[in-house]
Design a protein around this ligand. Structure first.
Ligand code: FMN
Length: 151
């Protein structure tokens, strides 16, 4: 799949998702992609309507909740209707902690579910990462860059 521009959005509380977003951006730039990294607090549904490829990297906080910075995005995607994101292709990395049981990676799962409901398509499958996320992230990044190429 050819990608003109890769939009990378992170939703973080303690920095892990932001680190992975920046690392993904560096890897993408070195492969020739045009990249834009954004904090989820600065991203609206309208912004996403203008994008064709989105990497979303976000953690879960509280009891299965979004990071504080992501509530507005959470509400916007939960409340929207129709298929405004039918031109968007997505790849989601959910960070969490398996000790939260049924609430493991709840926010990342919710984001993917809502974006798909709004018409987005998956580039590759979501990964749900426990606290030691390095190995899983490396495999995901490899698969991502085997699937997309710079336009
Ligand atoms: C106060 C607090 C609440 C958390 N709640 C959850 C949760 O409900 N589900 C989950 O899977 N992980 C939970 N986690 C784990 C974080 O999602 C995990 O540490 C993640 O790597 C943090 O990423 P971030 O630095 O990008 O915010 C929680 C962590 C903290 C500190």
């Amino acid at each position: 799949m050819e990608v003109n521009k890769l939009k990378i959005v992170f939703a973080t509380e303690t920095g892990n998702s932001e680190d992975l977003a920046n690392r993904t951006a560096e890897a993408a730039e070195s492969k020739g992609f045009t990249v834009e990294v954004s904090n989820v607090e600065d991203v609206t549904l309208d912004d996403l309507q203008g994008e064709s490829a989105l990497v979303f990297i976000g953690s879960t906080m509280g009891e299965g909740e979004p990071p504080e910075s992501a509530w507005s995005f959470h509400d916007a995607i939960s409340e929207a209707e129709g298929t405004p994101l039918s031109s968007l292709n997505i790849a989601v990395v959910a960070l969490g902690d398996t000790s939260y049981g049924d609430l493991f990676c709840a926010f990342g799962k919710k984001v993917e579910k809502e974006l798909l409901r709004l018409g987005a398509k998956k580039i590759i499958d979501r990964i749900d990462c426990d606290v030691d996320f390095e190995g899983k992230y490396a495999g995901w990044a490899k698969q991502l860059f085997a699937t997309i190429t710079p336009a």
